[in-house]
Design a protein around this ligand. Structure first.
Ligand code: GLC
Length: 426
Protein backbone atom coordinates (compact mmCIF):
# COMPACT_ATOMS: atom_id res chain seq x y z
CA UNK A 1 0.00 0.00 0.00
CA UNK A 2 1.23 3.50 -0.79
CA UNK A 3 2.20 5.61 2.15
CA UNK A 4 -0.44 8.22 2.91
CA UNK A 5 1.26 11.57 3.20
CA UNK A 6 -0.72 13.84 5.47
CA UNK A 7 -0.58 17.49 4.57
CA UNK A 8 -0.06 19.64 7.63
CA UNK A 9 -1.58 23.07 8.09
CA UNK A 10 1.92 24.50 7.66
CA UNK A 11 2.10 22.80 4.24
CA UNK A 12 -1.33 24.13 3.32
CA UNK A 13 -0.41 27.65 4.37
CA UNK A 14 2.76 27.59 2.27
CA UNK A 15 0.81 26.21 -0.66
CA UNK A 16 -1.75 29.04 -0.46
CA UNK A 17 1.01 31.64 -0.49
CA UNK A 18 2.63 29.95 -3.48
CA UNK A 19 -0.69 29.67 -5.34
CA UNK A 20 -1.49 33.32 -4.75
CA UNK A 21 1.96 34.44 -5.92
CA UNK A 22 1.70 36.42 -9.15
CA UNK A 23 5.44 36.72 -9.68
CA UNK A 24 6.94 38.88 -6.94
CA UNK A 25 3.67 40.00 -5.42
CA UNK A 26 0.90 38.05 -3.74
CA UNK A 27 -2.81 38.58 -4.20
CA UNK A 28 -5.16 38.13 -1.19
CA UNK A 29 -7.21 35.45 -2.98
CA UNK A 30 -8.01 34.77 -6.60
CA UNK A 31 -11.27 36.11 -8.04
CA UNK A 32 -12.42 38.31 -5.16
CA UNK A 33 -9.15 40.26 -4.77
CA UNK A 34 -6.96 39.82 -7.86
CA UNK A 35 -4.41 42.61 -7.20
CA UNK A 36 -1.75 43.45 -4.64
CA UNK A 37 -3.28 44.96 -1.48
CA UNK A 38 -1.10 47.01 0.83
CA UNK A 39 -1.43 45.60 4.35
CA UNK A 40 -2.23 42.13 3.03
CA UNK A 41 1.18 42.06 1.34
CA UNK A 42 2.92 43.15 4.49
CA UNK A 43 1.40 40.29 6.51
CA UNK A 44 2.22 37.99 3.62
CA UNK A 45 5.87 39.01 3.91
CA UNK A 46 5.87 37.82 7.54
CA UNK A 47 4.51 34.44 6.46
CA UNK A 48 6.93 34.13 3.56
CA UNK A 49 9.81 34.92 5.90
CA UNK A 50 9.15 31.60 7.62
CA UNK A 51 10.25 29.65 4.53
CA UNK A 52 11.65 31.97 1.84
CA UNK A 53 13.41 35.08 3.06
CA UNK A 54 14.27 36.35 -0.43
CA UNK A 55 10.66 36.14 -1.49
CA UNK A 56 9.58 37.95 1.70
CA UNK A 57 11.80 40.94 0.90
CA UNK A 58 10.64 40.85 -2.70
CA UNK A 59 7.00 41.13 -1.58
CA UNK A 60 7.80 44.36 0.22
CA UNK A 61 9.92 45.67 -2.64
CA UNK A 62 7.12 45.17 -5.18
CA UNK A 63 4.67 46.93 -2.88
CA UNK A 64 6.96 49.94 -2.52
CA UNK A 65 7.42 50.09 -6.32
CA UNK A 66 4.00 51.73 -6.32
CA UNK A 67 4.86 54.49 -3.82
CA UNK A 68 3.71 57.92 -4.96
CA UNK A 69 6.18 60.83 -5.18
CA UNK A 70 4.43 62.47 -2.21
CA UNK A 71 5.18 59.39 -0.06
CA UNK A 72 1.75 57.74 -0.10
CA UNK A 73 1.74 53.97 -0.48
CA UNK A 74 -1.51 53.06 -2.24
CA UNK A 75 -3.97 50.50 -0.90
CA UNK A 76 -4.18 48.55 -4.18
CA UNK A 77 -1.52 48.20 -6.87
CA UNK A 78 -3.03 47.40 -10.26
CA UNK A 79 -0.60 45.68 -12.60
CA UNK A 80 -3.38 44.80 -15.03
CA UNK A 81 -7.07 45.50 -15.45
CA UNK A 82 -8.77 42.40 -14.07
CA UNK A 83 -12.53 42.27 -14.69
CA UNK A 84 -13.19 40.17 -11.58
CA UNK A 85 -12.75 43.21 -9.29
CA UNK A 86 -14.77 46.40 -9.20
CA UNK A 87 -13.83 49.28 -8.97
CA UNK A 88 -10.74 48.80 -11.12
CA UNK A 89 -8.21 51.26 -12.59
CA UNK A 90 -10.62 53.06 -14.99
CA UNK A 91 -12.82 54.08 -12.04
CA UNK A 92 -9.96 55.20 -9.79
CA UNK A 93 -8.18 57.21 -12.50
CA UNK A 94 -5.20 57.54 -10.18
CA UNK A 95 -2.07 57.92 -12.26
CA UNK A 96 -0.15 59.95 -9.68
CA UNK A 97 2.36 57.18 -8.96
CA UNK A 98 4.82 55.09 -10.96
CA UNK A 99 2.29 52.22 -11.28
CA UNK A 100 -1.44 52.21 -11.73
CA UNK A 101 -3.03 52.17 -8.26
CA UNK A 102 -5.93 53.24 -6.11
CA UNK A 103 -5.85 56.77 -4.72
CA UNK A 104 -5.99 56.01 -0.99
CA UNK A 105 -3.76 54.17 1.47
CA UNK A 106 -4.15 51.46 4.16
CA UNK A 107 -2.88 50.96 7.74
CA UNK A 108 0.93 51.32 7.77
CA UNK A 109 2.06 48.00 9.21
CA UNK A 110 5.12 47.83 6.95
CA UNK A 111 7.72 49.38 9.28
CA UNK A 112 6.84 46.91 12.04
CA UNK A 113 7.12 43.96 9.68
CA UNK A 114 10.40 45.24 8.24
CA UNK A 115 11.89 45.57 11.72
CA UNK A 116 10.94 41.94 12.37
CA UNK A 117 12.60 40.79 9.15
CA UNK A 118 15.61 43.05 9.74
CA UNK A 119 16.46 41.20 12.97
CA UNK A 120 17.58 38.37 10.72
CA UNK A 121 19.39 40.52 8.11
CA UNK A 122 19.55 44.26 8.89
CA UNK A 123 21.18 45.39 5.64
CA UNK A 124 18.22 44.28 3.56
CA UNK A 125 16.08 46.80 5.41
CA UNK A 126 18.24 49.76 4.47
CA UNK A 127 16.57 50.50 1.08
CA UNK A 128 13.22 50.78 2.89
CA UNK A 129 14.20 53.24 5.59
CA UNK A 130 13.68 56.49 3.62
CA UNK A 131 10.60 55.12 1.88
CA UNK A 132 8.97 54.28 5.21
CA UNK A 133 9.90 57.68 6.56
CA UNK A 134 8.32 59.39 3.53
CA UNK A 135 5.12 57.37 3.91
CA UNK A 136 4.86 58.10 7.64
CA UNK A 137 5.48 61.81 7.09
CA UNK A 138 2.77 61.76 4.46
CA UNK A 139 0.30 60.41 7.08
CA UNK A 140 1.05 63.32 9.39
CA UNK A 141 0.79 65.92 6.64
CA UNK A 142 -2.15 64.59 4.63
CA UNK A 143 -4.17 62.83 7.30
CA UNK A 144 -3.49 65.03 10.32
CA UNK A 145 -3.30 68.50 8.78
CA UNK A 146 -4.13 70.21 12.09
CA UNK A 147 -1.45 68.35 14.06
CA UNK A 148 -3.93 66.81 16.52
CA UNK A 149 -1.98 63.58 16.83
CA UNK A 150 -4.78 61.44 15.37
CA UNK A 151 -4.79 60.04 11.85
CA UNK A 152 -7.88 60.44 9.70
CA UNK A 153 -9.18 58.21 6.96
CA UNK A 154 -10.80 59.73 3.87
CA UNK A 155 -12.50 56.50 2.80
CA UNK A 156 -13.70 53.51 4.90
CA UNK A 157 -11.36 51.31 2.83
CA UNK A 158 -8.43 53.32 4.12
CA UNK A 159 -9.02 51.89 7.61
CA UNK A 160 -8.77 48.33 6.25
CA UNK A 161 -11.93 47.67 8.30
CA UNK A 162 -14.24 48.56 5.49
CA UNK A 163 -17.81 48.45 6.67
CA UNK A 164 -17.44 48.86 10.41
CA UNK A 165 -20.58 50.47 11.90
CA UNK A 166 -18.30 53.35 13.00
CA UNK A 167 -18.36 54.65 9.46
CA UNK A 168 -22.19 54.63 9.20
CA UNK A 169 -22.93 57.99 10.83
CA UNK A 170 -20.04 59.92 9.21
CA UNK A 171 -20.90 58.21 5.91
CA UNK A 172 -24.40 59.68 5.96
CA UNK A 173 -22.85 63.01 4.87
CA UNK A 174 -21.71 61.48 1.57
CA UNK A 175 -23.83 62.48 -1.39
CA UNK A 176 -24.49 59.33 -3.42
CA UNK A 177 -26.78 60.98 -5.97
CA UNK A 178 -24.25 60.80 -8.80
CA UNK A 179 -22.99 57.22 -8.42
CA UNK A 180 -25.28 55.85 -11.12
CA UNK A 181 -25.49 52.18 -12.07
CA UNK A 182 -22.59 49.88 -11.53
CA UNK A 183 -21.93 46.20 -11.38
CA UNK A 184 -20.36 45.00 -8.13
CA UNK A 185 -18.41 41.81 -8.57
CA UNK A 186 -17.87 40.77 -4.92
CA UNK A 187 -21.40 39.44 -4.41
CA UNK A 188 -20.99 37.16 -7.46
CA UNK A 189 -18.32 35.34 -5.45
CA UNK A 190 -19.37 35.59 -1.79
CA UNK A 191 -22.92 35.37 -0.37
CA UNK A 192 -24.38 38.84 0.07
CA UNK A 193 -24.96 38.58 3.83
CA UNK A 194 -21.19 38.30 4.36
CA UNK A 195 -20.48 41.47 2.36
CA UNK A 196 -21.22 45.20 2.73
CA UNK A 197 -24.73 46.34 1.81
CA UNK A 198 -25.73 48.41 -1.26
CA UNK A 199 -25.90 51.64 0.75
CA UNK A 200 -22.29 51.13 1.90
CA UNK A 201 -21.14 50.39 -1.62
CA UNK A 202 -22.80 53.53 -3.02
CA UNK A 203 -20.86 55.56 -0.47
CA UNK A 204 -17.57 53.82 -1.29
CA UNK A 205 -18.02 54.64 -4.94
CA UNK A 206 -19.12 58.21 -4.35
CA UNK A 207 -15.87 58.77 -2.41
CA UNK A 208 -13.79 57.22 -5.20
CA UNK A 209 -15.49 59.55 -7.70
CA UNK A 210 -14.92 62.49 -5.32
CA UNK A 211 -11.17 61.79 -5.16
CA UNK A 212 -10.82 61.10 -8.88
CA UNK A 213 -12.48 64.43 -9.65
CA UNK A 214 -9.84 66.15 -7.53
CA UNK A 215 -7.12 64.16 -9.27
CA UNK A 216 -6.27 62.60 -5.91
CA UNK A 217 -4.83 65.84 -4.64
CA UNK A 218 -4.62 64.81 -0.99
CA UNK A 219 -4.54 68.33 0.40
CA UNK A 220 -7.79 69.20 -1.32
CA UNK A 221 -9.33 65.88 -0.32
CA UNK A 222 -8.42 66.38 3.37
CA UNK A 223 -9.88 69.86 3.27
CA UNK A 224 -13.07 69.09 1.36
CA UNK A 225 -13.97 65.44 1.76
CA UNK A 226 -17.36 64.85 3.40
CA UNK A 227 -15.73 61.85 5.08
CA UNK A 228 -12.79 62.65 7.38
CA UNK A 229 -12.77 60.40 10.41
CA UNK A 230 -9.99 59.88 12.94
CA UNK A 231 -9.33 56.15 13.19
CA UNK A 232 -7.82 54.53 16.31
CA UNK A 233 -6.79 51.47 14.26
CA UNK A 234 -4.70 53.39 11.72
CA UNK A 235 -3.32 55.70 14.40
CA UNK A 236 -2.27 52.80 16.67
CA UNK A 237 -0.63 50.97 13.79
CA UNK A 238 1.21 54.13 12.72
CA UNK A 239 2.36 54.78 16.27
CA UNK A 240 3.87 51.31 16.60
CA UNK A 241 5.40 51.64 13.14
CA UNK A 242 6.93 55.02 14.04
CA UNK A 243 8.58 53.43 17.10
CA UNK A 244 9.82 50.58 14.92
CA UNK A 245 11.09 53.02 12.29
CA UNK A 246 13.05 54.86 14.98
CA UNK A 247 14.63 51.61 16.14
CA UNK A 248 15.38 50.61 12.55
CA UNK A 249 17.19 53.93 12.11
CA UNK A 250 19.26 53.18 15.21
CA UNK A 251 19.97 49.63 14.06
CA UNK A 252 21.21 50.90 10.69
CA UNK A 253 22.97 53.89 12.20
CA UNK A 254 20.88 56.23 10.04
CA UNK A 255 18.80 58.31 12.46
CA UNK A 256 15.33 59.27 11.27
CA UNK A 257 14.98 62.99 11.66
CA UNK A 258 11.75 64.15 13.34
CA UNK A 259 10.44 60.71 14.24
CA UNK A 260 10.60 61.30 18.01
CA UNK A 261 8.38 64.38 17.66
CA UNK A 262 5.92 62.42 15.58
CA UNK A 263 5.81 59.68 18.21
CA UNK A 264 5.20 62.22 20.98
CA UNK A 265 2.38 63.85 18.99
CA UNK A 266 0.63 60.54 18.35
CA UNK A 267 1.06 59.46 21.97
CA UNK A 268 -0.67 62.54 23.28
CA UNK A 269 -3.23 62.59 20.47
CA UNK A 270 -4.33 59.05 21.26
CA UNK A 271 -6.20 60.23 24.36
CA UNK A 272 -8.67 61.95 22.05
CA UNK A 273 -10.02 58.56 21.04
CA UNK A 274 -10.99 57.64 24.59
CA UNK A 275 -14.76 57.50 24.91
CA UNK A 276 -15.61 57.32 28.63
CA UNK A 277 -19.12 56.10 27.93
CA UNK A 278 -17.79 53.11 26.05
CA UNK A 279 -14.62 52.69 28.14
CA UNK A 280 -12.61 52.16 24.99
CA UNK A 281 -10.78 54.07 22.27
CA UNK A 282 -13.32 54.96 19.56
CA UNK A 283 -13.19 56.58 16.14
CA UNK A 284 -14.38 60.14 15.91
CA UNK A 285 -15.68 62.24 13.12
CA UNK A 286 -13.40 65.23 12.57
CA UNK A 287 -16.18 67.04 10.70
CA UNK A 288 -18.69 66.86 13.58
CA UNK A 289 -16.47 66.09 16.59
CA UNK A 290 -18.64 63.06 17.46
CA UNK A 291 -17.24 59.80 18.82
CA UNK A 292 -18.42 56.44 17.58
CA UNK A 293 -20.67 54.96 20.23
CA UNK A 294 -19.48 51.36 20.40
CA UNK A 295 -16.28 49.45 21.08
CA UNK A 296 -14.43 47.73 18.22
CA UNK A 297 -11.38 45.49 17.99
CA UNK A 298 -9.29 48.54 17.00
CA UNK A 299 -9.47 49.98 20.52
CA UNK A 300 -7.40 47.07 21.82
CA UNK A 301 -4.63 48.04 19.40
CA UNK A 302 -3.76 50.84 21.84
CA UNK A 303 -1.62 48.25 23.64
CA UNK A 304 0.06 47.31 20.35
CA UNK A 305 0.82 51.03 19.95
CA UNK A 306 2.43 51.15 23.40
CA UNK A 307 -0.40 53.25 24.89
CA UNK A 308 -0.88 51.43 28.17
CA UNK A 309 -2.62 53.76 30.60
CA UNK A 310 -6.00 52.08 30.07
CA UNK A 311 -4.78 48.50 30.13
CA UNK A 312 -7.14 47.56 32.99
CA UNK A 313 -10.21 48.94 31.22
CA UNK A 314 -9.26 47.25 27.94
CA UNK A 315 -8.76 43.88 29.58
CA UNK A 316 -12.12 44.26 31.32
CA UNK A 317 -13.72 44.91 27.95
CA UNK A 318 -12.07 41.82 26.47
CA UNK A 319 -13.64 39.86 29.33
CA UNK A 320 -17.01 41.37 28.53
CA UNK A 321 -16.74 40.56 24.84
CA UNK A 322 -15.74 37.04 25.81
CA UNK A 323 -19.01 36.49 27.69
CA UNK A 324 -20.94 36.85 24.43
CA UNK A 325 -18.79 35.04 21.89
CA UNK A 326 -17.08 31.70 21.51
CA UNK A 327 -14.02 33.01 19.66
CA UNK A 328 -12.10 36.20 20.29
CA UNK A 329 -11.75 38.97 19.15
CA UNK A 330 -14.93 40.07 17.38
CA UNK A 331 -14.37 43.14 15.21
CA UNK A 332 -17.38 44.87 16.74
CA UNK A 333 -19.04 44.93 20.16
CA UNK A 334 -21.09 41.72 20.37
CA UNK A 335 -23.59 43.41 22.73
CA UNK A 336 -24.59 45.97 20.14
CA UNK A 337 -27.77 45.54 18.08
CA UNK A 338 -25.59 46.33 15.03
CA UNK A 339 -23.36 43.31 15.69
CA UNK A 340 -23.58 40.88 12.77
CA UNK A 341 -21.44 37.78 13.24
CA UNK A 342 -20.96 36.92 9.54
CA UNK A 343 -20.99 40.30 7.87
CA UNK A 344 -17.50 41.49 7.11
CA UNK A 345 -16.26 44.05 9.68
CA UNK A 346 -19.51 44.21 11.64
CA UNK A 347 -18.66 41.30 13.93
CA UNK A 348 -16.31 38.64 12.50
CA UNK A 349 -12.84 37.70 13.76
CA UNK A 350 -9.80 38.42 11.59
CA UNK A 351 -6.57 36.49 12.12
CA UNK A 352 -4.22 39.40 11.42
CA UNK A 353 -6.06 41.69 13.86
CA UNK A 354 -5.80 39.01 16.56
CA UNK A 355 -2.08 38.75 15.81
CA UNK A 356 -1.57 42.47 16.47
CA UNK A 357 -3.83 42.64 19.51
CA UNK A 358 -2.07 39.63 21.04
CA UNK A 359 1.29 41.22 20.48
CA UNK A 360 0.18 44.29 22.38
CA UNK A 361 -1.25 42.14 25.18
CA UNK A 362 1.97 40.23 25.45
CA UNK A 363 3.97 43.49 25.54
CA UNK A 364 2.06 44.57 28.65
CA UNK A 365 2.40 41.15 30.33
CA UNK A 366 -1.16 39.95 29.65
CA UNK A 367 0.27 36.65 28.53
CA UNK A 368 -2.79 34.52 29.28
CA UNK A 369 -4.91 36.74 27.06
CA UNK A 370 -2.28 36.74 24.31
CA UNK A 371 -2.20 32.93 24.41
CA UNK A 372 -5.96 32.77 24.35
CA UNK A 373 -6.08 34.81 21.12
CA UNK A 374 -3.43 32.58 19.64
CA UNK A 375 -5.29 29.39 20.49
CA UNK A 376 -8.61 30.80 19.28
CA UNK A 377 -7.03 31.80 15.96
CA UNK A 378 -5.47 28.35 15.58
CA UNK A 379 -8.80 26.67 16.40
CA UNK A 380 -10.71 28.76 13.91
CA UNK A 381 -8.31 27.95 11.09
CA UNK A 382 -8.02 24.25 11.97
CA UNK A 383 -11.77 23.88 11.93
CA UNK A 384 -12.84 26.18 9.11
CA UNK A 385 -9.77 26.45 6.89
CA UNK A 386 -7.81 29.46 5.68
CA UNK A 387 -10.80 31.69 5.04
CA UNK A 388 -10.85 35.48 4.95
CA UNK A 389 -12.56 35.87 8.36
CA UNK A 390 -14.61 33.87 10.87
CA UNK A 391 -17.83 34.04 12.84
CA UNK A 392 -17.01 34.64 16.52
CA UNK A 393 -20.16 32.75 17.48
CA UNK A 394 -20.05 29.57 15.39
CA UNK A 395 -16.48 29.61 14.09
CA UNK A 396 -17.81 29.38 10.54
CA UNK A 397 -15.29 30.44 7.88
CA UNK A 398 -16.58 33.44 5.93
CA UNK A 399 -15.71 35.50 2.84
CA UNK A 400 -13.05 34.34 0.41
CA UNK A 401 -11.16 31.04 0.71
CA UNK A 402 -7.43 30.20 0.45
CA UNK A 403 -6.74 33.60 1.88
CA UNK A 404 -3.16 34.83 1.91
CA UNK A 405 -3.04 36.78 5.16
CA UNK A 406 -4.77 33.99 7.07
CA UNK A 407 -2.13 31.58 5.75
CA UNK A 408 0.65 34.07 6.50
CA UNK A 409 -0.52 34.63 10.07
CA UNK A 410 -0.68 30.86 10.56
CA UNK A 411 3.01 30.63 9.67
CA UNK A 412 4.25 33.83 11.31
CA UNK A 413 2.44 33.09 14.57
CA UNK A 414 3.56 29.43 14.41
CA UNK A 415 -0.01 28.28 14.94
CA UNK A 416 1.00 24.77 13.88
CA UNK A 417 2.54 24.44 17.33
CA UNK A 418 -0.80 25.03 19.05
CA UNK A 419 -2.24 21.60 19.73
CA UNK A 420 -5.65 20.15 20.35
CA UNK A 421 -8.14 22.95 19.99
CA UNK A 422 -10.79 21.18 18.00
CA UNK A 423 -13.81 22.45 19.89
CA UNK A 424 -16.19 20.48 17.73
CA UNK A 425 -14.45 17.15 18.23
CA UNK A 426 -17.02 14.42 18.89
C1 GLC B 1 -11.07 43.96 2.22
C2 GLC B 1 -10.60 44.22 3.64
C3 GLC B 1 -9.25 44.90 3.60
C4 GLC B 1 -8.30 44.00 2.82
C5 GLC B 1 -8.84 43.63 1.44
C6 GLC B 1 -8.03 42.54 0.75
O1 GLC B 1 -11.25 45.12 1.50
O2 GLC B 1 -11.51 44.99 4.34
O3 GLC B 1 -8.76 45.12 4.88
O4 GLC B 1 -7.06 44.62 2.69
O5 GLC B 1 -10.15 43.13 1.56
O6 GLC B 1 -7.94 41.41 1.57
Amino acid sequence: MDDIVLQTHDDMAREILRDNDRGGHTIPTSGLYPYQWNWDSVFVSLGLAEFDMNRAWRELATLFEAQWPDGMLPHIVFREDNPSYFPGPPVWQADNGPLSSSGITQPPVAASAIVDLARRDPERARPFLRKLDAWHRWFHEARDPDGLGVIAITHPWESGRDNLPDWDAPGAAINVAGVGDYNRRDTDMVVADMRPGKEDYDRYLALVRFGAKRKWNQKIISAESPFFVADPGTTAILLRSERDLASLGRLLDEPVCGVEDRIARLESGFDRFWNPEVENYCAYDLRTGKHAAEATSAGFLALYAGVTKKTGELVRQLEEFDRSVEFMVPSFDPHSPLFDHRRYWRGPVWAHVNFMIARGLSDVGEVAWANRLRSDTAALIRNAGFTEYFSPLSGEGCGGGNFSWTAAVWLAWKLGEVEGFDRWAK
